[in-house]
Design a protein around this ligand. Structure first.
Ligand SMILES: N[C@@H](CCC(=O)N[C@@H](CS)C(=O)NCC(=O)O)C(=O)O
Length: 200
């Protein structure tokens, strides 16, 4: 059986849990406590070369790190990751953009807010917001007039970009500035098998 190492509030792990659910793949979930430093243990670092979640462990014990690599592995051969070489490159392009231009710029202000550090870290948050708003504006323009990021259908490009953008307001971002993004986020949430970050 597949095994997913994640943490409760991790947006990168949320992407993987959504896709596992959409593909109806059973898995064992091992939830680490990042505040306690669980990712720093020697035992965890044997399975995660970058000391981060998510990590997907395959039935034969091999592991995959990096949420984008996990999404591509799981989605291969399904409609969520097109076979066409050009479309695959387009999907990968959006996933790389998310990691480079959005993920950290949204994730770190969110962590500071969630851990009650927003006042102390206000200058860092402002710098991240400058970068993050820049990335969000590019996403807003990219979505202009489109339903989905690639090929007018839901793919792991949408899922990969979705998670942190959906969580951005928790990091102090004003998302009312981005009407096309808000409509697209709502469309992603309507996809069959989509799940909340925290399921009650
Ligand atoms: N590029 C990586 C980023 C993974 C990442 O930043 N994971 C965070 C949680 S979302 C983490 O494990 N941080 C380690 C820590 O805070 O100790 C991916 O997409 O998987």
């Amino acid at each position: 059986m597949l095994r997913l190492y994640d943490s409760r509030l991790s947006g990168n792990s949320w992407k993987v849990r959504i896709l596992l659910n959409q593909l109806q793949l059973p898995y064992e979930r091992i939830t680490l406590d990042l505040e306690k430093g669980d990712t720093n243990s020697a035992e965890f670092q044997k399975i995660s070369r970058f000391a981060r979640v998510p990590v997907l462990e395959l039935a034969d014990g091999r592991t995959i790190v990096e949420s984008g690599a996990i999404l591509q592995y799981l989605a291969a051969g399904t409609p969520f990751f097109p076979d066409d070489q050009y479309l695959r490159a387009e999907v990968t392009s959006w996933m790389f953009f998310e990691q480079a231009d959005l993920q950290r710029a949204i994730a770190l202000p969110r962590v500071y807010h969630l851990r009650g550090l927003a006042d102390r870290m206000s200058q860092q948050i402002e710098r991240f917001h400058t970068d993050g708003y820049n990335g969000l504006e590019k996403l807003e323009r990219g979505l202009g007039g489109r339903h989905w990021l690639v090929d007018d259908r839901y793919t792991i490009a949408d899922l990969g970009v979705f998670a942190y953008v959906a969580l951005a307001s928790q990091g102090g971002y004003d998302m009312t500035r981005f009407p096309a993004i808000l409509l697209w986020l709502a469309r992603v949430k309507q996809q069959e098998g989509w799940i909340e970050l925290i399921q009650t």
